[in-house]
Design a protein around this ligand. Structure first.
Ligand code: NDP
Length: 247
């Protein structure tokens, strides 16, 4: 594995499982020291941190509910202290609640917005205080920002569409400082959130050019590329990696 991220310091939110855990391990395998947040699974989070450490880097797991802005800021500060600075922020933590408009609860609307959107803003605001030229912010959005072809996904889709505008705007704020921000928009990826088995998965596959679920490592390698030195001219972009779901 190339070591293009050697001596970089990265924070990945929601790194205990799924796409986030794969990103943590991929960044570590390319030489980055990593901090990861989790909400409710310390054992899994520390297991991911240990796997990263075994690759020869520093790794730390931090409990922080993304719905709580103070906890998010505290996690960024702790990551910067523990790793000695911050070069890369991956805003990955996200949740989904599916229900049609007649049944959708306002509390679920607020929680989705807090975790999927507000926490991205809060973490980015806190992280850029520590970043120098060459800093990288990568958000995990969704192909559903562009296409929501089933019932019940309105608020989840809204939250991921909101990231598009946020990324475009922040890229203008940070461009003069040489810091990039991009939005990676996966299609269906096999995780606890969206298992590649069952009836729902069959519906999803019929909507895709490549009729299969993505693997977490396919998202992680794309994120590592965006975090690396070769991606310095990409910013403000909403980048689809979705097996042709939106084609
Ligand atoms: P998982 O449910 O498998 O994992 C979610 C991760 O986020 C876990 O580490 C979890 O921590 C953490 N997390 C959840 N809620 C919070 C919170 N309130 N505060 C802090 N951490 C939290 O999800 P995926 O890996 O599938 O999804 C990751 C991202 O990718 C999300 O933003 C999702 O919207 C997006 N995405 C996923 C797709 C898919 O098909 N899987 C497709 C498109 C986008 P803990 O273990 O402690 O609960």
């Amino acid at each position: 594995m190339n070591q293009s991220l050697k001596s970089k310091r990265a924070l990945v939110t929601g790194g205990s499982r799924g796409i986030g855990a794969a990103i943590v391990k991929r960044l570590a395998s390319e030489g980055a020291d990593v901090a990861l947040t989790y909400s409710s699974s310390p054992e899994r989070a520390w297991a991911v941190a240990k796997e990263a450490e075994a690759l020869g880097v520093k790794a730390v797991a931090i409990q922080a509910d993304s719905a709580d802005p103070e906890a998010v800021v505290a996690a960024v500060e702790r990551a910067a202290v523990d790793l000695g600075g911050l070069d890369i922020l991956v805003n990955n933590a996200g949740i989904a609640v599916m229900a049609p408009i007649d049944d959708f609860k306002l509390a679920d609307f607020d929680r989705i917005f807090a975790v999927n959107v507000r926490a991205v803003f809060v973490a980015t605001q806190a992280a850029v205080k520590h970043m120098k030229e060459g800093g990288r912010i990568i958000n995990i959005g969704s192909t559903n920002a562009e296409r929501m072809p089933f019932v019940g996904g309105s608020v989840y889709a809204m939250s991921k569409s909101a990231l598009q505008g946020l990324v475009q705007g922040i890229s203008r704020d940070l461009g003069p400082r040489g810091i990039t921000i991009n939005n990676v928009q996966p299609g269906p990826v096999d995780t606890d959130l969206n298992p590649a088995t069952g009836e729902f998965a069959e519906v999803m596959k019929k909507l895709m050019a490549l009729p299969r679920y993505g693997h977490v490592d396919e998202i992680a390698s794309f994120v590592a590329y965006l975090a690396g030195p070769e991606a310095g001219y990409i910013t403000g972009a909403n980048l689809m990696i979705d097996g042709g779901f939106s084609a």
